[in-house]
Write a protein that binds this ligand. Sequence first.
Ligand code: G3H
Length: 198
Amino acid sequence: ASIYSSASILGRLVSFLMNLHITPRTIWLTRHGQSVYNTRGLLGGDSPLSRAGIGYADALRCFVRARDPAVIWTSTLQRTIQTGRATGRGCLQIKALDEIDAGICDGMTYAQIADRFPSVADARAADKLRYRYPQGESYEDVIRRLDPVIMDLERSQEPVMVIAHQAVLRALYAYLVGQAREDCPHLSIPLHTVIELR
Ligand code: G3H
């Protein structure tokens, strides 16, 4: 089993290196429009866009028309799909772009977590990068599952727009700009903002 896994790691590394290129292109990162859960301060879930979120998705349509990304990727959650659909372009749904899984805390506010699961709130505050929500994920888990997405981003010679979620975009942004892994969970990726990387 260990020979198999080292061979597969080596294979992935070779494929990664062979697909690196220096063709200039642009990558745009944006969170979905504000969701109904966002308006209530609730984590996770799969809620649709709020009125303000629909407004952002409409504005993104004009941005996409002007900048013309070759492809748009979304997660499989409806808030990113709805945002992508508003651009009028076909979007590729990628499960690995789904938001960090908050496990037993999904659907709760931070105040509710501190009240019902104080040990979760404390442990996460102490080590946000490595702390894994019970029945959920840590930032390190998210970074790991984004590996294939990063390989596809590196391979692509065309401009790509990624419509995803805060934790996922923190990880992608940190990788793309060479930010320290420890900083990743604390980066600011505001709603209703497009980050353009060249
Ligand atoms: O859980 C939803 C958030 O997008 C992630 O935020 O890791 O800062 O709690 P957080």
